[in-house]
Design a protein. Sequence first.
Length: 253
Amino acid sequence: MSVSAVKIKVTIAQPFVIAGTPFSITTTIENAHEETIDILEFMYHIPYQMQWIHDEKYNAEFGRMDTIPWYKKIIQTAPWKKTIQPPGQSMRYANLQVEDQPVFSVLSGESTSYSFNAIVTKWLFISGSELVFPGRVKYRYNGMIHYAPFEVQLILRPPLLANSLGALMGSILGNIARSLKDQGAIFLQNITIEFVATSVLASILAIIAVVYSSRRSSESQPILTVEDFFGGLIIGFMIGYLGNSFFQKVVPL
């Protein structure tokens, strides 16, 4: 049997990753060799957009948070924020005390898995994309060291908050543009309560339109599909500039 007979499968806990929210990456190894193999190391070449979370530090910080009064937890930083590693730092899981000591032993025909948590922290201006980065499993079979490469693929999406903030800003800019078109420079000298009221209305409609669009598929959405901050900015601007008529095209009533 081939000495490279290990099957590696990488899975993400959800269909796509939301930037700004921690997620898990699980690597499953199936031993198709005729004898037991010793897994010595998992290595992940993390891209610069991502940061991995140190499990031991996270567990310690989470335990500390569990011991403090509830009213102090309100102002505490989330545990993962104190335990993330620098952007793009490779992630290595191995026996750090004794080199080439196995972290798992897998019998022939059986499988094992390893999981770790990561996050994409820069979420506001990020666009939907696919991240692909390499990994490698180091193992020992019949006394010889072997390496099995694999790829991690994940679909990245911005959070709804980023799209909504874009819509909020766009609606205000659209309302300003419409007021300048209708009133010219006089508008800048005499901003009335009416402008504030129309800006609030446009902001509400823009956020509703973004939330509605995020729940619709690209096939059923006739106007625009909001996929990031700038998509929300465009929808918000159009609603602020064109008013309720454009909102009804985005959200049929």
